[in-house]
Write a protein that binds this ligand. Structure first.
Ligand code: SAM
Ligand code: SF4
Length: 309
């Protein structure tokens, strides 16, 4: 489907849970998230059915499974095996549960993972995630993913002023040693009860990561090559205009379809599923929502743990 303004949304970010085993200071409110009963979530079968309906109209090229932390949702590997055939299936995860799950995820059709890691220092990791995490634990997850065939792995790092902005260059070198591609994300300040910090923007991130020259922006990422030949990515939701070429739509774990991260045009599909609505009804609502995808969305008001980043 091509929208009325000529964009082609063919990339679905599929959130399978609001819950997480971490409490990152830029994502989760300090006291965690309100507990959602299983009755408020789509079942895995309902999720697969809705994704099938969405795919039938949008012709999805890629589905990225996210959360919350997708690997805390029981049965997520099984979900992969019942998603519609065709689109590439990838996942964004904090990596901590990958050693238990990577082989089954790969067997069931997951092709690649992106893993979040914000520091190489354990004390900083513990402060950012508000949990007992460590670099070693995330490195183990990366190795398990690669062994299972879920590479090449990309590592996402949210840059936080005064917290991890002094280690970007070292992270690029660490990434080269681990055989992963590190991408730095501009911190999006959200109305989530966390301290608001001044965002470190693209140009400053590039300098802190070792400089060099930028290549083209592909998808949301601008890839930089340093003088020493090492490369890194920058994702700039704050200083860049990612909306212009945005091909993303989202389905939350509660069944809300969102044509834009800002929430404009969102439609709750779960009541339709529960009332036994047919494919035509769902498809009509999806088309209506996609046509409301704004040219530029204001993404400051929605929590990441609910919509999956
Ligand atoms: N739990 C998984 C993880 O952390 O990779 C998947 C869900 S998380 C919401 C998806 C992505 O959103 C992560 O890479 C995370 O770093 C990013 N993210 C969360 N809050 C953010 C914020 N305020 N600004 C920029 N990126 C953010
Ligand atoms: Fe959990 Fe990911 Fe949010 Fe961190 S960024 S709290 S790992 S959902």
């Amino acid at each position: 489907m091509i929208t009325e303004d000529g964009r082609r949304p063919d990339y679905l970010r599929l959130s399978v849970t609001d819950r997480c085993n971490l409490r990152c200071i830029y994502c989760m409110p300090p006291d965690g998230v309100p507990r959602v009963g299983h009755d408020d979530l789509l079942t895995l079968e309902q999720t697969a059915r809705l994704v099938g309906d969405i795919h039938s109209i949008l012709g999805l090229r890629r589905i990225r499974i996210t959360g919350g932390e997708p690997l805390v949702r029981k049965g997520v590997a099984g979900l992969i095996s019942i998603l519609p055939p065709g689109p590439e299936i990838t996942m964004t995860t904090n990596g901590l549960l990958l050693c238990e799950t990577a082989a089954e995820l790969a067997r069931n059709g997951l092709s690649r993972v992106n893993i979040s890691l914000d520091s190489l220092r354990d004390d900083v990791l513990r402060a950012v995630t508000r949990r007992e995490t460590s670099l070693g634990a995330v490195e183990r997850g990366i190795r398990c993913a690669v062994e299972a065939g879920l590479g090449p792995v990309k590592v996402n790092c949210v840059v936080l002023r005064g917290v991890n902005d002094d280690e970007l260059s070292r992270m690029v070198e660490w990434g080269a040693g681990m055989g992963v591609h590190v991408r730095f994300i501009e911190h999006m300040p959200l109305a989530d009860g966390n301290p608001v910090r001044e965002t470190v923007l693209r140009d400053e991130i590039a300098g802190l990561a070792g400089g060099g020259s930028p290549g083209r922006v592909i998808g949301t990422e601008e890839t930089w090559t340093r003088g020493d030949g090492l490369s890194f990515g920058i994702i700039a939701p704050v200083s860049g205009n990612l909306c212009r070429d945005c091909r993303r739509v989202r389905l939350t774990a509660r069944g809300v379809f969102m044509p834009c991260l800002s929430g404009v045009g969102k439609v709750d599909l779960r009541p339709l599923v529960l009332s036994g609505a047919g494919r035509e009804d769902i498809v009509r609502r999806v088309i209506g929502a996609v046509n409301l995808k704004p040219e530029r969305g204001d993404c400051r008001s929605l929590p990441m743990w609910r919509i999956g980043g």
